[in-house]
Design a protein around this ligand. Sequence first.
Ligand code: ARG
Length: 209
Amino acid sequence: MAHISQWLFVVGIGWMGVAVPGPNLFMTIRNSAVYGRRAGLWTALGLGTANLISVGACLAGIGLFLTEAPALFEGVRWAGAVFLIYIGLRSVRARKKEGLDAGASGRPEEEMSRARAYRLGLSTCLLNPKVIVFFLAFFTQIVDAGTPLAARLFYGATIAAVEWAWMSLVAGFLSSPPVRRRYFGVSHWIERAMGGLLIALGTIWFAGG
Ligand SMILES: NC(=[NH2+])NCCC[C@H](N)C(=O)O
């Protein structure tokens, strides 16, 4: 029973980390609002995969290595900042999409391949060094020192699943035909707004935030 309550605690902590607005969320909103359900769901899958990779890296001690080697950590942070600003700049220049229907079928209006959506989710999350820091803190401070490796793996996988599930819900909601019809005419503004937020985050990362 103690295990179930600890696991529920992990679900809660994971959800809190996931629900805080950040690049992962902005990328999910952008891709699902502009490119439709398929793109949103594949982005969520990419984010979930990246979480698993970060969990693995932390458990293998690579995470600690990253935070102990400031140059490496800075490298990831800078790469992440460049990436966010690049995607952000492409997004703020988005034009109104002419000649497309309101997506009643829920199909993507503009094509974004599954692979591209997946890669965007994966890179957004992998290039965010804070995700590694989150997992390190989680494994060293929240889960106690005596927690066996198998339980750690399971808890890490739980957090990855929470991220995947939450972002899939966001994507599913934004791309559902009734919701989509409401904002369809202004979806380029959603793309621009998300682009602005990505640029802002990238700039903050450059500044060391
Ligand atoms: N499991 C995590 N803490 N994932 C990081 C997600 C951070 C934040 N929710 C974002 O949208 O960027």
